[in-house]
Design a protein around this ligand. Structure first.
Ligand SMILES: [Zn+2]
Length: 105
């Protein structure tokens, strides 16, 4: 059984599909075109036809339905707010690649 473990194509953080599927049910294998968000750098990702992860392009993002675009943005904001909360407590979230994105919230 393929586990879909791998690395984020943007930040190289180790990932697994169970943690990353945005709109799916846990433990359902990803399909080509499914989207997700990296918990480490908040990159929007998709699975290609070989079920390898790649970053969504701007054209990919525009081509998604409005609900999916909103879910991706909400997921990114939640991740960044979580990291910001940790920063307020004087602690670093275990997200070494997310700090550079905080300015975009
Ligand atoms: Zn990443």
């Amino acid at each position: 059984m393929k586990t879909f473990a791998g690395k984020c194509p943007r930040c190289a953080a180790p990932l697994n599909g169970e943690l990353l599927t945005v709109a799916g049910v846990p433990n359902v294998p990803p399909r080509a075109g499914d989207v997700s968000v990296c918990l480490y750098c908040t990159a929007f990702l998709t699975f290609d036809n070989a079920l390898e992860r790649r970053e969504l392009t701007t054209s990919d993002f525009i081509g998604l339905d409005a609900e999916t675009r909103a879910e991706l943005i909400q997921a990114r904001v939640r991740i960044l707010l979580y990291a910001a909360q940790f920063a307020q407590w004087g602690r670093r979230a275990h997200m070494p690649n997310v700090d550079k994105n905080l300015a975009h919230v």
